[in-house]
Design a binder for this molecule. Structure first.
Ligand code: UT7
Length: 416
């Protein structure tokens, strides 16, 4: 596994001394979240598989060429999960990096939202597997399914929860292993997709900034243009056995929809945030195709440089693409304190959405070695605790004859 992040975080910390004191008096000493006017991104992290699949290799699988793929999509290579790598293991890795950067301990995470269309299980949600793996003991955890718009939806939900005060710190993750649902004989789709994960930490603050607007749209009439059948799919009479879980797409139609949707929703999100396009320093779009992004730039009458692109390195990683691009944009110095950004996504559903962000993030104090070690120890403890719970359930099953205890639980998400 590899990952790279610019090291930075925020001065925004949700503090509520009054509530803490009140909690102590009532015997609930934990610092409780409180109503916060603003929801800031305070940490971010990414994880991608090590295995690189270059266009040249694909041209040995299907009738295509590096030249065609680069000209039509801008993609040069993508990452492919191997062995025990799953959407969960990538999510766990990205989440741990984001938490470390924000200097938030897993036990202080109140909510985990995972956007993915390639979960290992319909349930438990991937977010629960992450919750266990990182030891976020008291976090709510659930998945969001909105295809490539998933990260926008997840970040919007988490930001609202932070602002209304029920959540002090939220972990928002986009993670995918699309290579597992790719038809490697279909040259119209297999050249596009890749695997990876990106995560952000969102915290409440009274310092103005952070997520400024959040818009989502959908059009189910276009659902057939981009689809991935799942467990509940209707099957032809008499057809049994494993379902073909692979992506089906009408590329041209999706292309047309995407260019229109990206430009219009970006404009709207900027206006709702009370900004003008001139205020926007950088747009971080869903990385599906360089030509789609360039067409959106033309639609918005903006130069291509206003759009961050890393599609050439990772291909389309669906819900993971925006947080992956954010991590790399920060690491490359393309995002600076006080910048106004737009995250914009589109995908299956059809769905599309955008978020305007005031990036009010300053360099953090270095996280000390001791704190780092403390974090690792806590994660270790939480794994032991979780194992203990499983053993206890089995013992209870033996004594009380519960059949449920005989069922093998899903394997652990985290590798470490
Ligand atoms: O997250 C959202 C997910 N999806 C997307 O964003 C996809 C949006 N669509 C696209 O990115 C583009 O439509 C594609 C990259 C999928 C295709 O590019 P295009 O410029 O729209 O090509 P096309 O489908 O119009 O096909 C042009 C030609 C066809 O041949 P003919 O009929 O003109 O003889 C295709 O059969 O290119 C052929 N073709 C290929 N040739 C070489 C299609 N795929 C390939 C390929 N290599 N991989």
């Amino acid at each position: 596994m590899t990952a790279n992040n610019g090291r930075a975080a925020s001065r925004h910390v949700v503090t509520n001394e009054g509530a803490a004191a009140e909690g102590k008096r009532k015997g609930t000493a934990r610092l409780r979240p409180q109503y916060a006017h603003y929801a800031h991104i305070t940490g971010w992290g990414m994880a991608v598989p090590e295995r690189v699949l270059a266009n040249a290799e694909l041209s040995r699988l299907v009738d295509t060429s590096d030249e065609w793929i680069v000209t039509r999509t801008g993609i040069k290579q993508r990452r492919i999960a191997e062995g025990k790598e799953t959407s969960t293991t990538l999510a766990v890795e990205a989440a741990q990096r984001a938490l470390e950067m924000a200097d938030v301990l897993p036990e202080d995470v109140d909510m985990i939202v995972v956007a993915t269309c390639t979960p290992e299980y319909a349930f438990p949600p991937t977010a629960c597997l992450v919750q266990e793996a990182i030891g976020a003991e008291r976090a709510a955890a659930f998945d969001v399914s909105a295809a490539c718009t998933g990260f926008i939806a997840a970040l919007g939900i988490a930001s609202e929860a932070v602002r209304c005060g029920s959540v002090g710190a939220a972990l928002v993750i986009g993670t995918e292993t699309l290579s597992k649902v790719t038809n490697w004989q279909d040259r119209g789709t297999c050249i596009l997709f890749g695997d990876g994960a990106g995560a952000v930490v969102v915290q409440g603050s009274d310092v103005p900034g952070g997520v400024m607007s959040y818009l989502l749209r959908s059009d189910g009439s276009g659902g057939n243009l981009l689809s991935l059948p799942s467990i509940g799919a209707v099957r032809a009479p008499g057809v049994t056995g494993r379902l073909d879980h692979t992506i089906d797409m009408n590329g041209r139609e999706v292309f047309r929809f995407a260019t229109r949707a990206m430009a219009s929703i970006t404009r709207e999100a900027v206006a709702v945030a009370g900004l003008t396009m001139e205020d926007i320093s950088l747009i971080i779009p869903h990385q599906a195709n360089r030509r789609i992004i360039e067409a959106a730039a033309r639609g918005l009458e903006l130069p291509d440089e206003k759009f961050y692109m890393n599609v050439e390195r990772y291909g389309n990683t669906s819900a993971a693409s925006i947080p992956l691009a954010l991590c790399e944009a920060v690491a490359e110095g393309r995002v600076r304190p006080n910048d106004r950004l737009v995250f914009v996504g589109f995908g299956g559903g059809l769905t599309w959405g955008a978020i305007a962000v005031h990036w009010d993030v300053t360099t953090p104090p270095e996280v000390s070695r001791w704190r780092h070690l403390g974090r690792q120890t806590r994660i270790g403890f939480s794994r032991v605790r979780s194992l203990g719970r499983r053993v206890l359930r089995r013992v209870e099953g033996v004594f009380f004859g519960s059949q449920a205890a005989e069922v093998e639980p899903p394997h652990r998400g985290g590798k470490k």
